[in-house]
Design a protein around this ligand. Structure first.
Ligand SMILES: *[C@@H]1O[C@H](CO)[C@@H](O)[C@H](O)[C@H]1NC(C)=O
Ligand SMILES: *[C@@H]1O[C@H](CO)[C@@H](O)[C@H](O)[C@H]1NC(C)=O
Ligand SMILES: *[C@@H]1O[C@H](CO)[C@@H](O)[C@H](O)[C@H]1NC(C)=O
Length: 376
């Protein structure tokens, strides 16, 4: 009898552990961006086998590449799916185009686990695409909601942090007033749908842009290299950047509501709940190439080039530390684990720009890991 009882207890314990582990599994997860700008990359099937082998449970895909969508079916890999820039105009202007996009790229793939749709990636508000982002988000959101999938699939856009005027200390985070026309209605829409703003968070570029004032180990997310910023202790630069976006969103939502917002359901309920930011890209390049000036189109004022910070060792340190820091929340949102996506799966030899752009991969084109990295 005693043995059976013990056995039962043990089974319960094991079962409990399994539940705890599987719950923990989806919390604070790091996915990988599957960028495909290379002419020497492994096939989709081989790539998906690598995701499985290395326990990578989330993928960001920049456009609805049909072979990848077909390959993802039944894998359970949670997908963040992008929209091509050249589709934004139609999606913004024609609700039917959005309905068709959702039908073709989401509904026709019933066995793919879609979690996010990114309407625009790093769109420059002043580019030709800027005015289309919000209306395209609204039309895609309506189409997703009509399909009954709004509870599972979040519709957002992915921004670059150069939309911020102030990012330090994080509490002082503020968007540039010149992009207010763009970001404010987007943030209000995201408040109304309670969807995080997606943010490409790059301590790498922040450090490259300001090595005099940023400690490299703070940028590499090394344990015990925290700083006190505006009276708040920050473990690492990733948290600081995400919190700056959170504070900037809060500032928008605390201000006098815009005309549209006054009529929103959320405002009628008296809410101003800030959905905050969520990581959609991060990473560290393992190789530079001479002293190439930072491209002006990266939005940085200092032309420092890609010097000695681009090493395999720094990339290994950064991405391994990332696995640890996502398990806890930031000072502004303690107890809320993060989700993020490492850029990128492979070194992409056709990526334009300075040499470092082509060395963000965690795998070599032959499918070998560039350095040890444990997904958990
Ligand atoms: C989805 O999976 C189910 C169960 O495995 C299968 O019967 C169905 O054909 C799949 N649908 C598609 C479109 O792949
Ligand atoms: C940035 O912030 C400074 C200081 O608050 C302010 O003077 C300036 O106008 C802001 N610039 C933009 C583009 O928002
Ligand atoms: C950076 O931070 C680390 C850890 O706190 C410290 O050991 C190191 O001296 C700092 N480096 C500089 C240049 O301040």
């Amino acid at each position: 009898m005693a043995t059976t009882a013990n056995h039962f207890t043990l089974t319960l314990l094991l079962f409990g552990l399994l539940i705890v582990t599987s719950l923990d599994f989806t919390v604070g997860q790091v996915g990988v961006c599957f960028g495909r700008l290379g002419n020497n990359l492994p096939s989709v099937q081989r790539t998906l086998a690598l995701y499985k082998k290395y326990n990578i449970r989330r993928m960001r895909l920049y456009d609805p590449h049909p072979p990848t969508l077909r390959g993802l079916a039944g894998t359970g890999i949670r997908l963040m799916l992008g929209i091509r820039d050249d589709e934004l105009r139609d999606l913004a202007n024609c609700p039917d185009a959005a309905t068709a996009w959702v039908r073709t790229n989401i509904l026709q793939h019933p066995n793919v686990t879609f979690r996010h749709i990114t309407v625009g990636n790093e769109i420059d508000p002043d580019s030709e695409f800027g005015p289309f982002v919000l209306p395209a988000m609204q039309n895609i959101y309506r189409a997703v909601r009509t399909a009954g999938r709004a509870g599972q699939i979040k519709v957002s856009t992915s921004i670059r942090t150069d939309l911020l005027n102030t990012s330090y200390p994080p509490q002082a985070g503020e968007f540039k007033c010149s992009v207010n026309w763009y970001i404010r209605p987007i943030v209000e829409f995201l408040r109304d749908t309670q969807t995080p703003l997606l943010v490409n968070v790059y301590p790498y570029f922040a450090y490259m842009n300001d090595p005099q004032n940023i400690n490299l180990s703070f940028a590499l997310l090394q344990p015990n290299s925290g700083v006190v910023a505006g009276g708040v202790y920050y473990d690492n630069l990733y948290y600081a950047i995400l919190d700056a976006v959170d504070a900037a969103m809060e500032r928008i939502l605390a201000a006098v509501p815009s005309l549209f917002s006054v009529f929103s359901e959320e405002m009628k309920k008296g809410g101003s709940r800030n959905p905050g930011g969520k990581g959609s890209e991060t990473g560290w390049s393992s190789k530079g190439g001479g002293n190439t000036p930072m491209a002006a189109d990266m939005g940085y004022t200092t032309a420092l080039g890609d010097g000695p910070i681009n090493t395999v060792e720094n990339a290994r340190i950064y991405n391994n530390n990332l696995m640890r820091i996502v398990k806890s929340g930031t000072p502004r949102r303690p107890g809320r684990p993060l989700e993020t996506y490492i850029f990128a799966m492979y070194d992409e030899n056709l990526k334009p720009g300075p040499a470092y752009e082509r060395h963000f991969g965690i795998f070599l084109p032959n499918g070998q890991p560039k350095y040890p990295l444990r997904f958990r």
